[in-house]
Design a protein around this ligand. Structure first.
Ligand code: ADP
Ligand code: MG
Length: 365
């Protein structure tokens, strides 16, 4: 039987809704709308939770109207709502959850409180039409960077994680130092395409350590030091605006810095992913890559060059989006919290699979 599901994502700075139909593990997207706060937040140099929450509140209802109109479906048909409840910024999460609960009140639909990290990886089902297990999940986003053995939609064992910044954070913080503004991953990706990645040697954190954990604080410090010696490279707001419109106009030296910095971030992922395989004797486990940084063109190339069986989530489902939340919710629909119990949900609740108290296992709560 087909399930009509609405996915709601408001954990950070993207307001994203998706209406899809799901049957036997396969999702067909009916409509999908995202409002990104990127330009609004650039002014503030990053995510301000209070401002992000206000923007979600403003955008949620118009987007809701639009997705139902585009899909030519009625709210009365809704049986399942999947909403991000963890992890994320509390205020933004509450805006999405409150909309989910209000809709449930009108439609008596059930709610899946969805874990955002698993949803990023399970979004591979939107790209390839099905989800299969086990796989080695590589989650690279603005808030997280981790390697995990995934054996089911609720089963994730963490094999390695960043000890400080996430990969996306390394891109964004580096971009800030360079004067590129927030967020910077996409523009560094574009600029790096014109640059020489060997021009500057940036370090790889924990390079010689037998661990699958990563660290990005060193590369960021090295960039800061480099820019202190070469301050003329830091962009003025006018130069930045020109470069955001057309990256090719940046100086060659600037493009080289971007290429070298990106090279170091990507190298760390490749090296530590190899280490995760080696240390856990994972042999030829398929790799699934998701999260915003999975959009990075150079990372995608390097993954394919270095590993045999790699599937990367399509770019449109990589950065935060309601489609991955809806799809993931459908995979867990048997565990959905029915009406009216779902009205008691809070923005930290999520469906769990308790597999013991071991520290390296993500226990969804
Ligand atoms: P989060 O869930 O942590 O909010 P997302 O999954 O939405 O993060 O991803 C956003 C992150 O992805 C940002 O840090 C952004 O800079 C990064 N990003 C987006 N596109 C690219 C790209 N092409 N190359 C590198 N990083 C990228
Ligand atoms: Mg995300």
């Amino acid at each position: 039987m087909k399930t009509l599901c609405l996915g709601i994502e408001t954990s950070c700075d993207d307001t994203s809704l998706c209406l899809l139909e799901h049957e036997n593990g396969t999702s067909s997207i009916l409509s999908f709308k995202t409002f990104s706060q990127e330009t609004i937040l650039r002014e503030w140099g990053g995510v301000v939770p209070e401002i992000a929450s206000r923007n979600h509140l403003e955008k949620l209802l118009p987007l809701l109207k639009q997705v139902f109109e585009d899909a030519q479906r009625s709210i009365d048909e809704l049986k399942l709502i999947s909403v991000t409840t963890h992890p994320g910024l509390l205020g933004p999460l509450l805006t999405g959850l409150n909309m989910a609960k209000t809709l449930a009140l009108f439609t008596k639909a059930s709610i899946v409180p969805a874990n955002h990290l698993m949803a990023h990886l399970e979004a591979i089902g939107l790209t390839q039409g099905y989800n299969s297990y086990p796989y080695l999940g590589v989650l690279v986003s603005g808030g997280h960077t981790l390697f995990a053995k995934v054996t089911g939609p609720l089963e994730m064992e963490i094999l390695g994680t960043t000890l400080d910044d996430a990969a996306g954070e390394a891109f964004d913080k580096g971009g800030k130092l360079l004067g590129l503004g927030y967020p910077a991953g996409r523009i560094i990706d574009l600029l790096a395409g014109y640059g020489n990645k060997e021009a500057i040697s940036f370090p790889i954190g924990l390079k010689d350590k037998k661990t699958a954990n990563l660290s990005y604080s060193g590369v960021k410090t090295q960039l800061r030091n480099y820019l202190e010696k070469n301050p003329e490279l830091i962009l003025t707001p006018d130069q930045r605006d020109l470069i955001l419109k057309d990256p090719s106009v940046a100086s060659q030296e600037f493009k080289d810095v971007c290429a070298s910095y990106q090279h170091a971030i990507v190298n760390a992922i490749i090296l530590k992913l190899k280490m995760a395989f080696e240390l856990n004797d994972l042999k030829e486990l398929p790799i699934v890559v998701g999260g915003g940084v999975a959009c990075n063109r150079y990372l995608r190339i390097r993954l394919k060059e270095n590993f045999k069986n790699v599937s990367v989530v399509e770019p449109k489902y990589c950065t935060d989006n309601g489609a991955m939340i809806a799809h993931y919710g459908c995979l867990l629909q048997e565990l959905a919290i029915p009406f009216p119990k779902c009205l008691g949900l809070d923005a930290r609740d999520r469906i769990i699979s308790k597999r013991g108290e071991k520290e390296n296992q993500l226990v969804l709560n």
